[in-house]
Design a protein around this ligand. Structure first.
Ligand code: MN
Length: 251
């Protein structure tokens, strides 16, 4: 990496707390990946980014207590464990400093499983928070612009897309994520187990994330208990399609 680019990333890291509010337009995908999660200026530790909205603001679709636990406890734990893993020589010998998601995901199959799981957890959740927005009245919520066109091209209609995405998310066995990715110019719906994601070298289906849905039980159990399908049908109300469109537009 060139020095000026490293400086740029460092300055970006200093602005980490506000980065969630910055538009992603004009950035390339890899910069955006790093911007998703704040890095403290001293020592380069990864830190938990603040939610871009209040805990209760996704109600009535996702409840305040779930958001508090999910963000403050679960996500924080991924960040802390990721930082601890980045102290271990068996991981650091495989990575170049400064550590980035990109550099870790490229060798996800080789690092300790705890680094793969917790770096994945940190990245996936940072993305997930951004891909939701308040919509308390449940107003009609769908993509627009180029992303809408691509969805129509690759899935026939928005309703067909939603149906396929929901089915794959409901059927995913155990804990994991459902993704809309761009793969060789085509949109595709894929799932990953645990905290894996389509950027990891070991992912059978690799691609650029456009939309992400957490289907771990901790994402919905307090409000929806075992009814994952109800969680998913309600989640569509709070999808941030503007942000998904920005991710889709990046190179
Ligand atoms: Mn989660």
């Amino acid at each position: 990496m060139e020095d000026n680019r490293r400086d740029f990333l460092k300055k970006g890291a200093l602005l980490g707390l506000t980065s969630l509010g910055l538009t992603l337009i004009g950035k390339n995908r890899l910069d955006a990946i790093e911007d998703l999660a704040s890095k403290a200026a001293d020592g380069g530790k990864f830190t938990l980014p603040a939610l871009p909205y209040a805990y209760e603001s996704l109600e009535p679709f996702i409840d305040k207590q779930t958001m508090e636990l999910h963000h403050d406890k679960h996500h924080q734990a991924y960040v802390d464990k990721m930082n601890a893993e980045l102290e271990k020589p068996e991981n650091t010998k495989l990575l170049q400093s400064p550590y980035t998601f990109e550099s870790i995901f490229k060798v996800a199959s080789k690092v300790q499983p705890a680094l793969r799981n917790n770096a994945g957890g940190h990245y996936n959740h940072s993305l997930f928070w951004q891909l939701m927005k308040p919509n308390p009245q449940g107003a009609d919520n769908k993509p627009s612009g180029k992303l809408a066109e691509a969805i129509h091209k690759d899935f026939k209609s928005f309703d067909d897309f939603k149906k396929e995405f929901s089915e794959k998310a409901v059927k995913l066995f155990g804990s994991g994520w459902c993704w809309l990715i761009e793969q060789n110019g085509m949109l595709k719906i894929v799932t990953t187990p645990n905290q894996d994601n389509p950027l990891m070298d070991l992912a059978p289906e690799k691609g650029k994330p456009v939309l992400a849905l957490d289907v771990w039980e901790h994402a919905y159990y307090l409000k929806y208990q075992n009814k994952r399908a109800d969680y998913i049908s309600n989640w569509w109300n709070v999808v941030n399609w503007e942000k998904a469109g920005e991710l889709f537009a990046m190179h």
